[in-house]
Design a protein around this ligand. Structure first.
Ligand SMILES: *Cc1c(COP(=O)(O)O)cnc(C)c1O
Length: 468
C-alpha cells in the first residue's frame, strides 16, 4: 500500500500498466472483427455510468472493465470499417506519446519552463511550414483542432487588416465552407451578414470571378472586405477550391487568404496531393488537422501563419515581446500565439510517430488512401445504378436514382451489415451518401469488403423498387 492516497507505489504502478497494456493490445488486436457501430446502451448501463464517484477507493481492473464496456458502445472510429466523416484512426505511437507527455507533465505554454520540449514542438511546426512552402517568417502552433486554429487565424486577420474590432469588415466563404468559420466570426463579434457567401461553380468550387464581384460591390457599399477563406477539401464532398486563383484574387484585393486544409492539408506530403493543393503556399494562414489526415488521436490541430507575428499581435503580446520574436533566437511563447495559456504538450503526439516511422511512412499511407479512393470510385461507377463524381482526394459521394427515400434505405441497408460506417449529407438538397477513405487501418481488403456490401445493398434497394 502506498502512503499517500493519490500516488501509487511502484508495484501498484506496474500493475496498472500491465492491465492497461493488455487492454490496449486486446483492443487493437480485435479491431478487424469489431462491429462498425454499436450504440446500444442499456438503461442499466446508463444508470451505472452516471453514478457519482464514491468516497472510498475503487479497484483499477474493475474500473478498466467499466471503461472497456463503455468504449465498446460507439461508432468504431479506430477500426478499418470506418468511412464516416473524416476517420483518423488514432496512431498507437501518439497514444504512447500522450501517456509519456502527461506523465512528465511539463508546462509548454512558453519556452521558459521546458525549453527543450518546446524546441521539439517548434521543430514539428517549422517542418510543416517547410512542407507548405511558407517563408522564414512563418510559424504557428498546435491547437485542439481546426476550429481553434480558425479562430486564431480570423483574429490575426482582423487585427492585421481592420486594426481591431469587426467594424464593417466582411469575410468571404461558400456554402461548403466548414461552419467553424462562421462560429469563429460569431465569437469574434461579426454579425451573420458580415459573412458573405460566394457562389460556387457546378463542381462545388468557389468561383474566383464571383469573389471579385462581391468584394467590389461590398466596397462600393462601404464595407471593408478583409478575409477570403478557401477550403482544401470540403467536409461535404472533399472538394478543393481553386487555391491559386483565389490567392490571385486575395493579392489583387488586399485580402487575408486563409486556407482551411483541416482534411486535405496533409496530402501535401504526396506528389498527387501537392499538385492538387497548388497555391496553398501563398496562403496567409493554413489550418490542418493531424487528427484527420495524419491519423492522430482527436485533439490535435495545426495553425500555420505566413508571418507568426500576426498571431501574437492579435492575441495579447506586447511590443517589446514582438521585438524578441523577430530575433528568431528565442523559442515561441505558444500562450501568446493562441487562445490557450495552459496546454497539453501536444508536440510529442506528432514528433514521436514522425521520428519513429519517418515521413515516408506517412507519405505511403496517404498515397494508399488516394489509391483506395480510386478503387472505390471505379467500383461505384461499375454499379450501374449509382451516380458518383470523381474524388479530388479521398471523399466520395454517391446516390442511387429514385429520390431521398431510396437513398436513405440504401444507407440503412449498408449499415445493417455492421461492417462499415458511412455518413450522409445533402448535396443540392438531395440526400447523398458519403464515404471517406482515411483511416490508417483501412486497406484494400477492407475496401473490397465495403464495396461488396454497397453493391449488395444497391441491388436490394433497386430490386425493392422494381417490386413496388
Ligand atoms: C473537421 C473540419 C474542421 C473543424 O475541425 P475540428 O478539428 O473538428 O475543430 C474545419 N474545417 C474542415 C474542412 C474540417 O473538415
Amino acid at each position: 500500500m502506498s502512503l499517500f492516497p493519490l500516488e501509487p507505489s511502484g508495484d501498484e504502478l506496474a500493475a496498472m500498466m500491465t492491465s492497461a497494456t493488455s487492454f490496449v493490445s486486446d483492443f487493437v488486436g480485435s479491431l478487424n472483427e469489431a462491429p462498425a457501430v454499436d450504440l446500444d446502451v442499456s438503461d442499466r448501463m446508463r444508470v451505472d455510468l452516471l453514478a457519482p464517484p464514491g468516497d472510498h477507493a475503487g479497484d483499477f481492473d474493475g474500473l478498466l472493465e467499466t471503461f472497456r464496456q463503455a468504449a465498446s458502445k460507439a461508432v468504431e472510429t479506430a477500426g478499418p470499417g470506418c468511412f464516416a466523416y473524416f476517420p483518423g484512426g488514432g496512431l498507437f505511437a501518439s497514444a504512447v506519446a500522450e501517456l509519456l507527455a502527461s506523465t512528465v507533465n511539463r508546462y509548454t505554454g512558453s519556452g521558459a519552463m521546458a525549453p527543450a520540449l518546446v524546441a521539439m514542438e517548434h521543430g514539428v511546426i517549422r517542418w510543416l511550414c517547410g512542407v507548405f512552402g511558407l517563408p522564414q517568417t512563418a510559424g504557428g502552433l498546435l491547437t485542439s483542432g481546426a476550429s481553434g486554429g480558425t479562430l486564431s487565424a480570423l483574429l490575426a486577420a482582423r487585427q492585421e487588416l481592420l486594426g481591431g474590432p469587426p467594424g464593417t469588415g466582411t469575410v468571404y466563404v461558400t456554402e461548403h465552407t466548414h461552419h467553424s468559420v462562421a462560429k469563429a466570426a460569431r465569437i469574434a463579434g461579426f454579425a451573420p451578414d458580415q459573412l458573405r457567401t460566394v457562389p460556387v461553380t457546378a463542381d462545388h468550387r468557389m468561383d474566383p470571378g464571383a469573389v471579385e464581384e462581391l468584394v467590389a460591390a461590398d466596397r462600393a457599399a462601404g464595407r471593408r472586405p478583409f478575409l477570403l477563406v478557401g477550403t482544401a477539401g470540403t467536409t461535404n464532398t472533399g472538394t478543393i477550391d481553386p487555391l491559386a486563383d483565389l490567392a490571385d484574387v486575395a493579392g489583387r484585393q488586399g485580402l487575408w487568404f486563409h486556407v482551411d486544409a483541416a482534411y486535405g492539408g496533409a496530402f501535401q506530403l504526396t506528389s498527387r496531393g501537392r499538385a492538387k493543393l497548388s497555391g496553398i503556399e501563398r496562403a496567409d494562414s493554413i489550418t490542418l488537422d493531424p487528427h484527420k489526415s495524419l491519423f492522430l488521436p482527436y485533439g490535435t490541430g495545426v495553425l500555420l501563419t505566413r508571418d507568426v507575428r500576426t498571431l501574437a499581435a492579435a492575441q495579447g503580446a506586447d511590443a517589446a515581446y514582438l521585438q524578441d520574436l523577430q530575433l528568431d533566437s528565442r523559442l515561441p511563447n505558444y500562450a501568446d500565439l493562441g487562445t490557450e495559456l495552459s496546454r497539453p504538450f501536444r508536440g510529442l503526439r506528432l514528433w514521436l510517430p514522425l521520428h519513429l516511422y519517418g515521413v515516408d511512412a506517412f507519405r505511403a499511407t496517404l498515397d494508399e488512401k488516394l489509391d483506395l479512393a480510386q478503387v472505390v470510385h471505379r467500383e461505384l461507377l461499375d454499379m450501374p445504378l449509382l451516380e458518383t463524381p470523381a474524388p479530388d482526394l479521398t471523399v466520395l459521394t454517391f446516390r442511387a436514382p429514385g429520390g431521398d427515400a431510396v437513398n436513405r434505405r440504401l444507407l440503412e441497408t449498408i449499415h445493417a451489415s455492421r461492417r462499415v460506417a458511412l455518413t450522409s449529407t445533402q448535396i443540392q438538397d438531395r440526400f447523398t451518401l458519403r464515404l471517406c477513405v482515411l483511416n490508417h487501418r483501412t486497406h484494400r481488403a477492407h475496401v473490397d469488403e465495403a464495396m461488396k456490401i454497397v453493391r449488395d445493398a444497391s441491388w436490394s434497394v433497386v430490386d425493392r423498387k422494381i417490386a413496388v
